[in-house]
Design a protein around this ligand. Structure first.
Ligand SMILES: [Fe+2]
Length: 220
């Protein structure tokens, strides 16, 4: 059973001066619609900030972030310097029930970056959580997953804790960068030593739904 249902949004870190150009590309070439434009998510921060534009494609969204360097180089500038213009900073996946998903993930050794937020990100209301970076590297330069839950049709999610999405994830990565926290998303020591894709499929799916039933050697 899949525990994430679809890609909710993809966040791209763009190089300095490129956010308008990439917005043009996603809107004029791909047909997206600009739903949120914040040209400075941290206007009072003397160190650094970022621009954040949200482009909606109905079934998923694109988020463009561009660093604003002040006393310090923005984490977004550091990311695009490291990986190139328009590089994937994070991909957000939709879940049916975020609390259940997270409880199970934590039991498997997944490390999250802070607590769950209730927010509005330019594509609508959502609950969201950020994972730590995929690899042990400066938090500003490492990509990470986000997990969200959108309100189901006909229900209204409470947004009584108003939080600014961009501001929050920026602050969390900034804290990790400043403290030298390079801890990673997943502790693979909790992965069973005898685990294989075949054994998982056999335990969770009827035989008729298994696409590759033939036993393959684990080392291929
Ligand atoms: Fe996001």
């Amino acid at each position: 059973m899949s525990r994430v249902s679809r890609v909710d949004h993809i966040a791209y870190a763009v190089a300095q001066g490129m956010i308008e150009k990439w917005a043009w590309y996603h809107i004029e070439v791909e047909g997206g619609k600009l739903t949120k434009r914040v040209d400075d998510v941290r206007p009072d921060d003397p160190d650094s900030s970022m621009k954040l534009w949200c482009i909606d494609f109905e079934s998923f969204g694109v988020v463009l972030v561009e660093g604003i360097d002040r006393k310090k180089k923005s984490q977004v500038t550091a990311f695009s310097d490291c990986h190139g213009d328009h590089s994937v900073q994070h991909i957000a996946f939709d879940t049916e029930n975020l609390e259940q998903f997270v409880a199970r993930a934590i039991s498997r050794g997944v490390n999250l970056r802070g607590q769950q937020l209730v927010s509005n990100d330019g594509f609508g209301d959502l609950k969201q959580l950020f994972g730590k970076g995929y690899a042990k590297q400066n938090a500003a330069e490492m990509s990470f997953p986000e997990y969200v839950e959108r309100p189901k049709q006909g229900t209204q999610m409470s947004t009584s804790v108003p939080q600014n999405t961009g501001k929050n994830f920026y602050q969390r990565i900034e804290n990790a960068r400043n403290s030298g926290d390079t801890s990673t998303l997943i502790d693979f020591s909790l992965m069973p030593s005898d685990w294989s894709p075949n054994s998982t499929q056999e335990a969770s799916a009827p035989e008729s739904t298994q696409p590759n039933k033939q036993k393959a050697p684990n080392h291929v």
